[in-house]
Design a protein around this ligand. Structure first.
Ligand SMILES: C[S@@+](CC[C@H](N)C(=O)[O-])C[C@H]1O[C@@H](n2cnc3c(N)ncnc32)[C@H](O)[C@@H]1O
Length: 335
């Protein structure tokens, strides 16, 4: 009798757990039919995005105009290894990039795709950088970033400008470090940016990015491929940027970088972000603590909306150094 009661209790417990994770699952297991409807509505709302430059329009639409300069306006997915609120996770992702880029006191940093500038305030203060030049293609974000920098009294050390990653308006060998926090997937093309980054870095300088790539070994169905192309187009992700991490590394070597390292940090990015978004969808506050479960850290459990919707299911941390002694790209291309 006791065993039957225990088994019944276990069954009820499991049903409760399933019910609790429904919002989470709904968020990331969206069917192609549902995605087709969502994309169709997006095209009807802003058809111009299909033909013009979609990125700035997309990021303008996702930025509040009258933002309180005291409230952070990060727009990365966050690093959730320890953090349990969105803002903490976003700060941790910026810190991880800062450490990986080996930021150091006295550095002159170029930050590309700076968004509303939160990471620049953090890096300048925590690493005591000499100067940051931050650029972003979305004018509204640059305006908000400038307001935040001015409010912090750091306008003499953080210079925020409208600009595009693929035509950096700086002379050769101008910076010690370059960062691009979750934005290079939009650059048209990412490879042009990598070439520009190599040009404006000083010898011995370092490039550090977080970025999206397709998951190796999971080709999409024809219907998914079509929907993912359309979705990428609507948010300004060029087809030329969709290649796996190995091709990413090969491009860096070819351009002339050395000590190229790429590692997936997806396990600590997507699960927390997916749970956070599910909580928001369920009406919870953006400052709510995100409850993670052990299974969230098992990759097979969480193939994300980015994988399904965009065909970009991996999240990588990339670092590469510009050699101190110039080498010919032809010599390094075998790497
Ligand atoms: C996901 S947001 C990340 C913003 C910020 N790094 C953060 O972590 O909060 C991507 C940013 O890249 C910017 N961006 C996209 N394409 C760009 C380009 N070609 N040049 C410069 N910035 C670009 C967008 O305007 C947007 O602010």
């Amino acid at each position: 009798m006791g065993a039957i009661a225990a088994s019944f209790a276990r069954h009820i417990g499991r049903r409760f757990a399933d019910w609790g994770s429904k919002a989470y699952q709904r968020n990331w297991r969206s069917s192609p039919a549902r995605r087709a409807v969502v994309l169709g509505l997006a095209v009807l709302r802003q058809p111009g995005r299909l033909f013009g430059e979609a990125t700035a329009s997309f990021y303008t639409s996702r930025t509040p105009y009258a933002a309180d300069p005291a409230v952070p306006l990060w727009s990365n997915l966050g690093y959730w290894a320890e953090a349990r609120t969105a803002v903490d996770a976003q700060i941790e992702l910026a810190r991880l990039l800062g450490r990986s880029g080996r930021l150091a006191a006295g550095d002159e940093l170029l930050d590309v795709g700076c968004g509303c500038g939160d990471q620049d305030l953090l890096w300048l203060r925590e690493w005591n950088l000499k100067r940051i030049v931050a650029i972003d293609v979305t004018p509204l974000r640059v305006e908000l970033a400038r307001a935040r920098v001015a409010r912090a009294g750091l306008a003499d050390r953080i210079d925020v400008r409208v600009g595009t990653a693929t035509e950096l308006p700086f002379g050769d060998r101008s910076f010690d470090k370059i960062t691009a926090l979750e934005c290079a997937t939009h650059f048209n093309s990412r490879e042009d940016f990598l070439r520009e980054a190599h040009r404006v870095l000083r010898p011995g300088g370092r490039l550090a990015l977080t970025d999206f790539t397709p998951l190796a070994g999971s080709p999409p169905s024809p219907a998914d491929r079509l929907l993912q192309r359309l979705a990428r187009r609507l948010i300004g992700i060029p087809a030329a940027n969709v290649y796996p991490a190995a091709s990413y590394a090969a491009r860096l070597w070819r351009i002339g970088f050395e000590r190229v390292e790429i590692r997936s940090i997806a396990d600590h990015v997507f699960p927390g972000c997916m749970r956070y978004r599910a909580m928001l969808a369920a009406g919870r506050s953006s400052s709510a603590v995100v409850e993670m479960e052990a299974r969230d850290f098992v990759a097979s459990q969480w193939n994300s909306a980015w994988h399904d919707g965009l065909g970009l299911g991996d999240y990588i941390l990339v670092t590469a150094d510009k050699p101190r002694i110039p080498t010919s790209p032809a010599i390094t291309s075998s790497g």
